[in-house]
Design a protein around this ligand. Structure first.
Ligand code: GDP
Length: 195
């Protein structure tokens, strides 16, 4: 995909303010600090269009980035930050679920998990939710540059075991540092757009 224009259009925590135009949407989810902003910036070859969060857990908006005036990349708020209150967790859940459900423009969800940790309980909950909503999902394992070869093999086995019941396509190992997986993620996104 040649990105000729990437515009930050909207950040909102109010479902009523989600864009109502007919552009397709592709969303990104994951726990706080998983490397979501970094991955989006890497896809777009931009430094800080998606903010790299200095305060994990602080970004609670759904962020819409319009690409080539044709489709949105949608950055969903991160989750799983320990210091977040129960009420905030509830708000996160309502916001994300209202985005994922009844969204005619949504073509797919890229779900990021940290390759060093594997999928957390909250990751698995959201993956199950997406499966039930029959949403196409691509799992991307981030920060693979931080693992050595034997750790990569071990983590890859663990992640495959965790994902096996969900019948998902094979996960993509990714590193913003080396660019590993960038082409594969774009390929999946383009494929979802062409459906
Ligand atoms: P977000 O909260 O999910 O948006 O996470 P960020 O994109 O802000 O990244 C969290 C931290 O992980 C930052 O310090 C990034 O520099 C770092 N990070 C993100 N991606 C990678 C990667 O591929 N490799 C390495 N080594 N660090 C990364």
């Amino acid at each position: 995909m040649k990105v000729t224009a990437a515009e930050f259009v909207r950040a909102t925590s109010t479902p009523g303010d989600f864009p109502k135009d007919s552009f397709a949407q592709l969303a990104f989810a994951g726990r706080s600090n998983v490397g979501k902003s970094t991955l989006i910036n890497c896809l777009l070859r931009q430094k800080n269009l998606a903010r790299v969060s200095s305060h994990p857990g602080k970004t609670r908006t759904v962020n819409f980035i319009l690409i080539n005036r044709k489709f949105y990349l949608v950055d969903l708020p991160g989750y799983g930050y320990a210091k977040v209150s129960q009420a905030e967790r509830q708000r996160w859940q309502e916001l994300v679920e209202s985005f994922l459900l009844n969204n005619q423009q949504l073509r797919g969800l890229v779900h990021l998990i940290d390759s060093r940790r594997g999928a957390t309980d909250m990751d698995l909950e959201l993956l199950e939710f997406s499966a039930q909503a029959q949403l196409p999902v691509l799992v991307v394992a981030t920060k693979t540059d931080q693992l050595n070869q034997s750790e990569k093999r071990k983590q890859s086995e663990q992640i495959n075991c965790q994902l096996a019941p969900l019948m998902l396509p094979e996960f993509i190992p990714f590193s913003a540092k080396t660019g590993l997986g960038r082409i594969e993620v774009w390929r999946w996104l383009e494929n979802q757009l062409s459906k």
